[in-house]
Write a new protein. Structure first.
Lengths: 549, 200
């Protein structure tokens, strides 16, 4: 049925959509926020080693469920239907707050260079590498807003590569754990510049929520004491408190309705009882994550856009990126484990740029605490995976190992994509996302370089044995999915303008990782949040001037 | 969280299927000349009588296998930790898609063991058991009696599920008493607040 009209309907209550909901409802606009999942807190799965965002052996901890299949390409031209716990699905999450409920919460600003990759390095053959249509300076105030409104603990004084900032962090940095102390001394000996990882996690009580108690669970889990900062416990409650925002959970968006004049009229969705609804709105914001946003646009066919909203030049769903994680594991003679969570405390940014012959790079950081089950699966190729030898390895090395790794900035590839499967539909009859293509070979060159740096750092810290981990070419975006609806100044080679507004559809905006032209050598969430504020800022300006109604 | 499966009452169907399975095993035992059927030669262990998915014979064999994958030494092994109960429960829940693999795999495992080691698995000395498991792991085990999964695939599945049962949380049926966490020296239950980082 057709519901009473509102000013804005937002699809997706994650890092981007949650922020837009708060900004626009606080500005007095009436907002409907659609989320395909529900509220998922610590009470649902607790600290379950087998049901969380890192291990989904018995199910996804934060959604979606099996009613949301996708199709993924194995060998070229070989398609298979997969569920959210299968490899190749590229899952992030589906719940209020999305990945921000369960993330490790690293709060990185991209560097100035990350917005100018093409100018700095030139695109390698086979890549659509480009500059962003915005600069770091454009986004800087919005990064700051994200850091203060969502909450970040950090200290960049010892990181000479940190981009300029007008204001410090709202909370002091977390101290190094034992791994961090060992790695700090080693980094200094190597001439590197270690610093504490900025975290969207309370180091002191902040905005009415608790300080972190340093439990051994963090990444992959909802916080037991609400000390981790996501959109679910900051901006979304603030949006709801305005009285102007109506959050509808278990709402499955199927189509943005575009009229014959090329304007968005609202969103068709299925409600929690699987009833078809139409929510009319003055403007539509899509924040479904890089894969689901592309899918929704492609499923929104209209007279003016017969191949999907914003897809006039076949760029929707292209350039899917994630991160090519590269690093090393080190084994130690002495105990490195001190049971102080979250585990990841120290990073260096020495290898993000300026690596000889390479386009970009990655930050390197020590890893979050590994679950015993994860550790049981992390073995050198020739080591016993079962029997007494397995037990001996677990008992000896669980507390004597460290991982250092980093997210390699990927070269965008036009054929790495999320489109829509012609046959497979989800529980609601909506064509599902289909993922295909590979990452660029240059990413692996960078990964090998980054892994070697990680290995060197571990050896300097005293590792008695090391092994590197190099990713393969397969890439499905996953939790860092980005790039499918890049922003740009040229409508022929981008999907939105520099404000996140879809070219040719004046009242349709995107606010999530799909906008990223490139994905930085960092965890992307703070950039997604900054873009949420950036896009909201321009929507509010347009609304005030009346151009959006 | 999957729905907890009810403790299965032995339906007429299940009983019939079980008899058919055991009949087939008996026939195979004769055919391989290994002497006697699974039913007659299998040494029974003290295992609880009722499972959600396995019959007692399947369960007894699986207990023997899992105990070699994570053997008891000065810390608990797979049997102590209740790995069998984890697998049994998940085959009626999150791992239901692996039911056929276990049904066929355990049957073929038994047949292959009789053919290769000339005795049921339970009767082998520990080092002979490990030798047989390494044969499966290597992919060089005879394929007679196997289709889907292959011996190697089935072995990998067993290792994977045994690790899940041993290192997963007790609420899924394994890791009884947090045996694996204690083995690793992890305080269990974790005392909340104990680890608050000292502000420096």
């Amino acid at each position: 049925m057709t519901l009473p009209p509102v000013n804005v309907v937002i699809v997706g209550a994650g890092a981007g959509g949650g922020i837009v909901a708060k900004e626009l409802s606080e500005a007095g606009l009436t907002v409907v926020l659609l989320e395909r999942g529900g509220w998922v807190g610590f009470d649902v799965n607790g600290h379950d080693d087998l049901i969380n965002q890192r291990v989904s052996a018995l199910g996804t901890g934060f959604g979606p469920d099996e009613r949301h299949p996708r199709v993924t390409e194995g060998a070229p031209g070989k398609w298979r239907t997969v569920g959210p716990t299968d490899g190749g699905y590229g899952n992030n999450a589906a719940c209020v707050g999305s990945g921000t409920v369960s993330y490790g919460a690293m709060a990185w600003r991209f560097m100035e260079q990350d917005f100018r990759m093409r100018s700095l390095y030139g695109a390698p053959e086979g890549s659509t590498l480009d500059d962003w249509p915005v600069t770091y300076a454009d986004l800087e105030p919005f990064y700051e807003k994200a850091e203060w409104e969502i909450g970040v603990a950090g200290d960049m004084r010892t990181n000479p590569f940190s981009p300029p900032r007008a204001k410090g962090y709202p909370m002091p940095a977390f101290p190094y754990n034992r791994e961090g102390r060992l790695l700090e001394a080693a980094a200094r000996r190597l001439g590197l510049n270690p610093f504490p990882i900025p975290m969207l996690r309370n180091s002191v009580p902040y905005r009415g929520r608790n300080a972190c108690i340093g439990c051994r669970y963090c990444v992959g889990f909802a916080c037991e004491i609400n000390a981790k900062c996501g959109t679910h416990n900051t901006v979304i409650p603030a949006a709801l408190a305005t009285g102007h925002c109506d959050l509808r959970t278990h709402a499955i968006a199927g189509e943005i309705v575009i009229d014959e004049r090329g304007r968005a009229r609202g969103v068709k969705y299925f409600d929690a009882q699987d009833r078809a609804q139409f929510q009319p709105a003055d403007l539509v914001v899509v924040s479904g994550g890089a894969i689901e946003t592309a899918r929704l646009l492609l499923n929104s066919k209209s007279k003016l856009f017969p191949t999907g909203a914003g897809n006039r030049h076949d760029w929707v769903g292209r350039n899917l990126q994630g991160h090519a994680y590269a690093g090393a594991q080190g084994l130690f003679a002495e105990e490195t484990y001190d049971d102080v969570g979250a585990g990841a405390t120290i990073a260096v940014s020495n290898f993000n740029h300026g690596n000889p012959g390479l386009r970009g790079g990655a930050m390197l950081a020590n890893e979050f605490i590994r679950l015993p089950y994860q550790f049981a699966r992390a073995r050198p190729a020739n080591a016993a995976r079962w029997g007494k030898a397995h037990k001996d390895y677990q008992r000896h090395f669980f507390k004597r190992s460290m991982n250092v790794q980093g997210p390699v900035q990927e070269m965008p590839v036009f054929t790495a994509r999320a489109d829509v499967d012609p046959a497979v539909q989800d529980h609601w009859g909506i064509p599902v996302a289909r993922l295909s293509g590979n990452r660029h070979a240059h990413d692996l060159e960078i990964a090998r370089f980054i892994s070697a740096r990680a290995e060197q750092w571990l050896k300097e810290a005293g590792a008695i044995a090391t092994r590197t981990t190099i990713p393969g070419l397969a890439m499905r975006g996953g939790q860092h999915q980005a790039g499918t609806c890049r922003m740009g100044n040229d409508p022929k080679t981008s999907v939105t303008d520099r404000h996140g507004r879809v070219h040719d559809i004046p009242n349709l905006f995107l606010a999530d990782g799909s906008l990223h032209v490139t994905n930085g050598g960092f965890n992307p969430v703070l950039t997604i949040m900054a873009l949420g504020y950036w896009v909201s800022h321009h929507i509010k300006a347009g609304w005030r001037h009346g151009g959006l109604r | 969280m999957p729905e907890p499966a009810p403790l299965s009452p032995r339906s007429a169907l299940l009983t019939r299927r079980r008899l058919l399975t055991l009949g087939a095993l008996g026939a195979a035992g004769v055919a391989t000349g290994a002497g006697g059927s699974f039913l007659l030669t299998h040494r029974h262990r003290a295992v609880p009588a009722r499972y959600r998915f396995f019959d007692d014979h399947e369960a007894a064999l699986l207990v023997e296998i899992c105990e070699r994958l994570i053997p008891r030494d000065d810390t608990p092994g797979a049997t102590d930790a209740g790995v069998i109960h984890f697998i049994d429960r998940q085959l009626r829940g999150a791992h239901a898609r692996h039911q056929a693999a276990y049904r066929q795999g355990l049957k073929a495992f038994h047949q292959t063991c009789l053919a290769v080691a000339r005795a049921p698995f339970a009767e082998l000395a520990p080092e002979k058991k490990d030798e047989f498991l390494r044969l499966l792991e290597s992919g060089k085990a005879p394929r007679a009696g196997w289709s889907d999964p292959s011996p190697q695939e089935f072995f990998r599945l067993l290792v994977e599920h045994t690790m899940q049962g041993f290192y997963g949380p007790p609420r899924h049926g394994g890791n009884r008493g947090y045996a694996s966490y204690k083995m690793l020296g992890l305080d269990t239950p974790q005392i909340i607040g104990r680890n608050r980082p000292a502000r420096s």
